[in-house]
Design a protein around this ligand. Structure first.
Ligand SMILES: CC(=O)[C@@H](O)[C@H](O)COP(=O)(O)O
Ligand SMILES: NCC(=O)COP(=O)(O)O
Length: 247
């Protein structure tokens, strides 16, 4: 079964808008876990706009031994203020998985993956350190990405397929081409020896089609849509609805 990892960034957005501790990240995580999710994802950013380093630490203690912990982010973003950098956070909390994402500072959200042929060498020492720490390493990649052998050669175990273009096409009623691209990319990654995750703008509407089309999809990380849907149906129901889709 495909593992559902709930991204809690948007809970932190709401909390940070007023200061204080509500809505509480830990309570949200526990609610998702009790509803049956297999993992929690966070994507701390240097501008601390949502998940903060202390959230990363608190969740690490809460999740250990319960569900997978996936931390996403740009490993090359320089430390700034309270943000010590992605690799430094991984050293501290040793999550189950670190997903490396090449987003630049100030980006509204992630919108592209690595160029595997060109980026592999500068990623090599980071991947080695993360593996040494006991973390599984995944790289965010575009639909249509090439050069999975470079990822395998530096010790990467998974890729996360950027599903934003698929989600947009789905919403516009013409997902066929983007879906085919995702399926082809996932198949080539799997053939190279990588497991395949997927994420970005996945929702209860578009997940089922993707899930059926990609055999062996290891994990989906979902935040924006799920937290929005939870406003209407409650978080427990939203998580259970996703689990039903992933069955
Ligand atoms: C890599 C990815 O697609 C997600 O982690 C997404 O970028 C969520 O980050 P934000 O919540 O900051 O948009
Ligand atoms: N890796 C994708 C993720 O964690 C959540 O992305 P989104 O559902 O917030 O677009």
């Amino acid at each position: 079964m495909t593992l559902l990892s709930v991204n809690l960034n948007k809970i932190a957005v709401l909390r940070n808008s007023r200061g204080g501790d509500e809505p509480d990240i830990s309570r949200a995580a526990v609610t998702c876990i009790e509803a049956g999710c297999g993992g929690i994802t966070v994507h701390p950013r240097p501008d601390l706009r949502h998940i903060r380093p202390d959230d990363v630490r608190t969740l690490a203690a809460l999740l250990r031994g319960r569900v997978e912990y996936n931390i996403e982010g740009n490993p090359f973003a320089a430390p700034r203020g309270d943000y010590p950098g992605l690799i430094a956070l991984a050293r501290e909390v040793r999550p189950t998985q670190v997903t490396l994402v090449p987003d630049s500072d100030g980006q509204i959200t992630s919108d592209h993956g690595f160029d595997l042929a060109n980026d592999a060498e500068r990623l090599r020492p980071l991947v080695a350190e993360l593996r040494e720490l006991g973390c599984r390493v995944s790289l965010f990649v575009d639909p249509g990405a090439r050069g999975f052998e470079h990822a395998v050669a530096i010790g990467v175990q998974r890729v996360e397929l950027y599903t934003g273009p698929y989600a947009k096409a789905f919403e516009e009623g013409n997902a066929g081409e983007q879906l085919a691209l995702c399926v082809d990319t996932a198949r080539r990654a799997q053939q190279a020896g990588l497991a395949v995750n997927a994420g970005h703008d996945l929702s209860q509407a578009n997940l089922g089609t993707l899930r059926v089309a990609i055999p062996g999809l290891a994990e989906v990380s979902i935040g924006h849509a799920l937290i929005g849907e939870a406003l209407y149906e409650g978080m427990t129901t939203a998580v259970r609805n996703y689990l039903q889709i992933l069955r």
